[in-house]
Write a protein that binds this ligand. Structure first.
Ligand code: FAD
Length: 326
């Protein structure tokens, strides 16, 4: 009785064929591997070439030309500190050349460094590093804006000391400098639904976000670029906050949705309304029903990014177990 196992082990012409296949296997494997590498490189190149004007960062921006120290860090001078609401500011950092752009890719962020007291270690001062995403457009000349939500001491019973970096940032005055490093870009949008995600090219036509508080900043960047460039990417977000007054950039978000309703959909959810009679959206925690209603259905060209407090991100991943996350 001939089994496939018996054939490969047999002698004669069949055995010789198997032998040739065995010899060819590494060559074929190498050729396939090389083919795949070439395919991915070409695809990446074509995405980079696709990169339409509005999505291309300046190649001679502040980030490319600024002076850096031996750790690749640079200094930026605070030129304006704009109060956004009861606990958030826009920190504007100016460039010496008013015609220069920042030079960041869409979706990139910057690391801020500061020497801050550590309340859990006898208030000993040590260096703290935190990430922040600009909200100003790629083509903004002369300055870059960061929106930062401040965690003050005593505001939250679970965090009596507040936040180390944000307390430091709130104390900054115009004219002060901040040490920074970057850019770091893990989810870069190139335009026309082309993405580079952790270094790999992907086609994603629909972006979903389950966001909390300051988690809106990268999505604000993506949305503004989509609207300004009449780009086909669709963005749907569920945006959670404590109360109405905590919703960041609400007027700007409502305007973006109004301008481009086919591409931008925003659903607000808050823990507890201060004015329940005038709050006509969801209240409480996110549920599968809320997410299903306001996010695109799962699919090969749909991705969801959760950016909120850790428990909210965990719940999102559990509720949307059949979605692709990045
Ligand atoms: C890729 C990336 C981009 C980011 N972009 C932005 C951005 O654009 N804007 C922005 O504001 N943040 C952004 N963040 C968050 C930011 O990096 C910091 O984590 C945040 O500012 C808190 O830093 P901290 O040192 O003040 O707080 P920490 O000292 O690190 O405190 C830790 C945590 O305790 C909690 N906490 C402390 N005090 C309070 C309080 N009073 N109320 C509620 N919770 C409290 C918060 O969850 C806080 O994150 C980003 C994070 C990442 C990973």
């Amino acid at each position: 009785m001939g089994s496939s196992l018996g054939k490969t082990a047999g002698s004669g012409s069949e055995g010789q064929e198997t032998c040739i296949f065995k010899k060819l296997a590494p060559v074929v494997g190498f050729a396939l591997g090389a083919g795949l590498v070439v395919y991915y490189m070409r695809r990446k190149e074509s995405i980079e070439q696709d990169n339409s004007k509005g999505f291309k960062p300046s190649m001679s921006g502040f980030l490319q030309t600024c002076e850096r120290d031996e750790s690749d860090c640079f200094q930026m001078k605070l030129t304006e500190k704009i109060v956004l609401n009861h606990d958030s500011y826009i920190f504007r950092f100016g460039f010496p050349d008013k015609e220069q752009e920042f030079g960041l890719e869409l979706g990139g962020h910057i690391l801020f460094y500061a020497d801050c007291p550590d309340p859990e270690n006898g208030n000993e001062v040590s260096e703290v590093k935190r990430k922040y995403t600009p909200i100003s457009g790629l083509d903004q000349k002369g300055y870059v804006d960061f929106l930062v939500k401040i965690y003050r001491a005593g505001d939250h019973p679970k965090f009596p000391n507040g936040g180390r970096m944000t307390r430091y940032l709130e104390g900054l005055e115009v004219g002060d400098s901040v040490k920074m490093r970057g850019p770091v870009s893990k989810k870069v949008y190139k335009g026309d639904c082309n993405w580079i995600l952790s270094g790999e090219p992907h086609k994603m036509t629909h972006l979903g976000g389950v966001l909390g508080g300051s988690g809106i900043t990268p999505f604000f960047q993506y949305m503004k670029a989509v609207v300004d460039n009449k780009d086909p990417l669709k963005i749907s977000i569920v945006y959670g906050n404590k109360t109405e007054k905590d919703i960041l950039l609400k007027d700007e978000l409502d305007e973006l949705q109004k301008q481009y309703p086919e591409n931008i959909k925003i659903h607000y959810i808050i823990d507890k309304p201060e004015d329940p009679e005038n709050w006509d959206s969801d209240v409480g925690y996110i549920t599968r029903e809320i997410l299903e209603e306001h996010l695109p259905p799962p699919g090969p060209e749909t991705m969801v990014i959760p950016i909120g407090p850790k428990p909210m991100n965990k719940l999102t991943r559990e509720l949307l177990h059949d979605y692709t996350f990045y």
